[in-house]
Design a protein around this ligand. Structure first.
Ligand code: G6P
Length: 496
């Protein structure tokens, strides 16, 4: 059943994501404010949402908040409320302690709890109901990421007239790993409610199609899956679901321009001066997450100091680790490990005026990030597994001076596109990583310039506007099961 909402609030494009583009915060005096959400999703969808008459359905980031729609940054936001218990079971539990580790190659062991699964289902239904109530007849609904994999099928049940797209921002695991999930069939069925299921890499789409073949009786042909879930409704023609890769990007031109402002350039020089003008500044920027390979990177750097291949007066490492999912055990453990390691290396090798590692457990505004990227000679992206990694793309977009070297893990989605300009590494191979870090730190400017130009072409051409246009273009061009029905969303008519 579709719940009642204000009948005047109906949209032809509805984005559904776990988080709203802004986060709700209350300061010590109880004053309420909104700040930009963590993660790459806002960066990715903000420009497109501002350009279209759409609504964004998501969670505010806090427990039991008001659920009146509001506008933030020119985006219509429709909150979905979560109780404190739901945050624990659905968000921290099933999303980030079951699915997140499972989908990232079980780097950390996933926990399977039936109570978490129940909460996941219940919360997914709430998101689906909200979207169902907001979408106009024939509208497009675009559902995002692993927190909401059941929404497509729930939504199709309520509103068979909709065009439903789903995009998975994180990896989709190989069948042998996915099969551990006790609710693997329900998750596949949930995703198959969409008309188009998008992934970061071709390999992720292939993993999904293989899971469909092995866990259901459905037939697949290339990227197409034929769904026959409407046996009971003979009036419904067979349905096709397409699964394909749509590698996400950033607002490259915006980042490029930001990094060229005099303020950011001055701040970049200031950062280097404050670090004691080292010959080589290396930089890591990540959410503090065990998938990012932060320990591997710091370990390699520490060994280079121990071996005397680098010295603290010559080379410094700046590590920005933004706080993330701090109530989940694995994240608390990681923080202890990383901070212990940083402390030991600084104690061992630091000198007055030259610490080995400048570690910051904060997040920073885009201007400061751009200045850090500009200041850094070597950018270290050493994820053990990463859906895409937008930090790699931001670094490249910031380097209009064609300088800087990107060290990039093979295990990122970004390596598919940036592998020819970056120095690829296997972060598990500490000796190999050390050699690549030294190579990056000593690369001839001629070579690094050539590589950076190549990287910049890839990042500036394939920006996030193109990503969302391509996805929505494919979604709306799929043959309709209801050819006579009106469609309210036309992807070609709006250019972000
Ligand atoms: C990744 C996920 C996003 C998520 C972000 C931040 O990028 O793909 O869905 O929003 O991390 O994580 P958080 O748990 O704070 O939303």
């Amino acid at each position: 059943a579709v719940p009642d909402t204000t009948p005047d609030e109906r949209y032809d494009l509805v984005v559904v994501a776990n988080r709203l583009p802004v986060d709700f915060t209350t300061d010590d005096d109880g004053a309420i404010s909104w700040k930009r959400s963590p993660g790459g999703l806002v960066t990715a969808l903000g420009p497109m949402m501002r350009a279209s008459e759409g609504a964004w359905v998501g969670w505010s980031g806090a427990a039991d908040t008001e659920d009146d729609p509001f506008d933030a940054d020119d985006i219509r936001c429709v909150p979905v409320g979560l109780s404190a218990a739901e945050i624990e079971l659905y968000y921290e539990g099933f999303s980030n302690d079951t699915l997140w580790p499972l989908y990232h190659d079980v780097i950390a062991p996933p926990s399977f709890h039936r109570q978490w699964w129940e909460a996941y289902r219940k919360v997914n239904r709430r998101f689906a109901e909200k979207a169902a109530a907001l979408a106009k007849e024939g509208a497009v609904v675009w559902v995002h990421d692993y927190q909401l994999q059941l929404v497509p099928a729930m939504l199709r049940e309520m509103r068979p007239d909709l065009r439903i797209g789903f995009f998975n921002h994180i990896p989709f695991p190989p069948l042998e790993i996915f099969s551990q999930l006790p609710w693997r069939r329900q998750v596949v069925q949930g995703l198959l409610g969409a008309d188009l299921v998008g992934f970061q890499r071709a390999g992720d789409a292939a993993n999904f199609i293989r899971a469909v073949r092995r866990l259901t009786d459905l037939t697949t042909r290339g990227q197409m899956i034929t769904v026959t879930d409407d046996e009971a409704r003979r009036d419904m023609p067979a349905r096709h679901v397409r699964a394909a890769a749509f590698p996400i990007s950033i607002d490259s031109a915006h980042f490029d321009a930001l990094a060229q402002t005099p303020e950011v350039q001055a701040r970049a020089r200031e950062i280097r001066a404050e670090l004691g003008n080292p010959r080589v500044m290396m930089l890591g920027v990540d959410r503090l997450d065990y998938t990012k390979g932060i320990r591997h990177r710091i370990k390699a750097y520490g060994e280079l100091l121990a071996d005397g291949r680098l010295t603290v007066t010559d080379a410094t490492l700046v590590q920005v680790a933004s706080p993330s999912r701090e109530n989940v055990d694995a994240y608390q453990q990681l923080r202890e490990d990383v901070e212990g390691l940083v402390g030991r290396i600084n104690g061992e090798y630091g000198e007055i005026g030259h610490s080995a590692i400048n570690y910051m457990h904060h997040s920073y505004p885009a201007e400061e990030m751009a200045a850090l990227y500009l200041a850094a000679d070597v950018m270290l992206v050493t994820s053990l597994r990463d859906g895409m990694n937008l930090v790699a793309k931001e670094y490249v977009a910031a380097r209009s001076d064609d300088q800087g070297v990107l060290v990039l893990s093979e295990f990122t989605g970004a390596a598919d596109e940036l592998g020819r300009g970056a120095l690829l590494c296997n972060p598990h191979d500490i000796d190999g990583l050390k050699d690549i870090m030294v190579r990056a730190a000593t690369m001839e400017p001629r070579e690094s310039r050539k590589r950076m130009r190549r990287l910049r072409r890839a990042v500036l051409e394939n920006d996030v506007a193109r990503w969302s246009q391509t996805f929505l273009g494919v979604l709306t061009a799929l043959p309709s099961r209801f050819p006579d029905r009106e469609r309210s969303y036309d992807a070609d008519a709006r250019e972000p």
